[in-house]
Design a protein around this ligand. Sequence first.
Ligand SMILES: *Cc1c(COP(=O)(O)O)cnc(C)c1O
Length: 395
Amino acid sequence: MSKKQNPDHTGINTRLAHSGNNPRDFFGFVNPPVVHASTVLFPNAATMVSRDQKYTYGTHGTPTTDALNEAMNQLEGSVGTIAVPSGLAAVTVPFLSALRAGDHLLVVDSIYGPTRRFCDDMLAKFGVETTYYDPMIGADIESLMRPNTKLVHTEAPGSNTFEMQDIPAIAEVAHAHGALVSMDNTWATPLYFKPLDHGVDLSIHAATKYPAGHSDVLIGTVSANETAWPALTSTFTMLGICAAPDDAYMTLRGLRTMGVRMTRHQESTLAIARALESMPGVAKVLHPALESFPGHALWKRDFCGSSGIFSIVLDVADPTHHQRKAHAFLDALTIFGLGYSWGGYESLAVHANLSDRTIAMPPKQGPVIRLQIGLEDVEDLMADIERGLAAAKSA
Ligand SMILES: *Cc1c(COP(=O)(O)O)cnc(C)c1O
């Protein structure tokens, strides 16, 4: 049998179909085994001490987690990837690997909410100080760097409001000051943005979203370059925070179809976002691939696609009516589910809570409704959104 082709130089869908495991390693079965394991046996006492064999204990990795991590390495261009039990853990583990008491951390203000809570509560408790910065800051992040700034955390587009960031400019400044750069890359997936190619050291995914893709798995991945990998892998091992075998398997399975799903998410979402730009009752559409969006030029320069989540701002000038109108919109929906998370095959809507913002303030025109566009038919989803807008208007 010929060896599996080195997938590094092939197209993205070819890589998604063939990365991770080599079928020849397991009797030719196309998919890797799901290894449920704590104990790994050693052939003799000397090996037990030297640990000189590929696998030593379940928390350190199995053929199943290796298959997922290797697939992510090929997508992200990283030297190593860890798989952890949630997207939130994929944020907290690299933070713990890069920071110690007395350090300073810079975090974008349009950050995923639970990341902010981790910084403000847990990291503060351990003596790490966090400063939030404007997503549009670019190279001016220089003014916020301190001698003890050890990590600059980015997320682009930002959660709920989708602000773009000049990642290469930020990375250049951070590195000049000896700080690492992490990026929550969940929105774009490695298909539409490869952070390590733009100066990022640690690329984070809530793989719960598009990689798993079916709203039935919680998992996170962190992919590191050579600089960040040693501390990341040792922190991962010390914390014992490893993804479960079935979840790792399901995520690798999800990756096989992620390319075709993303194409569909992208097309449907752009069609809906464009239609909503001229829809009465909608004040603004927040989607980086729209020419009208303030961060569009950065998106166009650095990203090669867009995914299935964006927001609309309902046209409700009086803030005392925001909640009532938003709830009327949501309660009129029959196809969109009301629920958190996103990246699955089904559409979801949520009234975004932006009350924690300190710099990237919420739009004044009205309440922000975040829409995840699933794989359903666009006409049905548009009809559902129109039902929501009609209900908001008369509420
Ligand atoms: C959902 C999400 C997370 C957390 O993922 P979970 O698996 O739900 O813990 C982290 N970052 C971003 C940007 C997210 O959207």
